[in-house]
Design a protein around this ligand. Sequence first.
Ligand code: ADP
Ligand code: ADP
Length: 228
Amino acid sequence: DTVIAIDGVAKQYKRDGRSTTALRDVSLSVSSGEFVTVVGPSGCGKTTLLRLVSGLESPTDGDITVAGKPVQGPDPNRGTVFQEYHLFPWLTVRENVAFGLVEQGVPAAERQERVQELLYVIGLSDFADAYPKELSGGMKQRVGLARALAVDPDILLLDEPFGSVDMQTRRQLQRELLEIWRGTDKTVLFVTHDIEEAVALSDRIVIMSGTPGRVRATVSVAESRPRN
Ligand code: ADP
Ligand code: ADP
């Protein structure tokens, strides 16, 4: 069944009297539990597409529904990680990861347990009380991922979440993400300009290009990976 349905979507930005059409007639659907990656050159509207699905922007035309409901603003059930970490610099690693749980009113003891577990998964238990500025790029990206995962979202929207790390760290983070995804039934919409990363991770690859960006092809990754 379809979890994310994008139907005939266009997006036009207007700024200083100039307008840019970032997307035109984009349609795409993602099934429950599927890992779909959108690839394409810089400027083809990948980030815009993810911002629309996350509810940070509204489409100029067309419809986007998630779990059957039109997207209206951000929702923690769509865990979102953007390329820049967007960690809160005044909060520790522990507090950053706990943020969504505090908002949801999860009791302190349960919160602590959940955060502890996630810090272990991302290998940063020893950095719970550190501040973002004390962390490397790769560590910050892991914290961003942990913060999105904390509220156990059904859907993960990931925009180049491993964008600013070296190749070795990138491959490691990819493995960690796959491990997390295999252990759950989460639906993932992932954006990257790295074809190799797309092939390594996804069930299906959506290729976009142009300005305005359009979907040019959709490719199933033949070798399906084992799932728990
Ligand atoms: P990608 O993620 O594939 O690099 P983007 O979605 O960031 O593509 O950008 C698509 C197009 O929309 C580009 O031409 C970009 O300059 C433009 N754009 C993106 N965000 C804005 C914005 N907030 N205001 C105006 N134009 C924007
Ligand atoms: P980047 O490539 O962005 O610098 P890395 O994740 O590769 O980020 O980390 C860079 C530095 O941080 C390395 O010296 C690495 O040993 C250290 N580091 C990363 N993760 C951990 C961790 N879980 N515990 C201790 N040190 C870490």
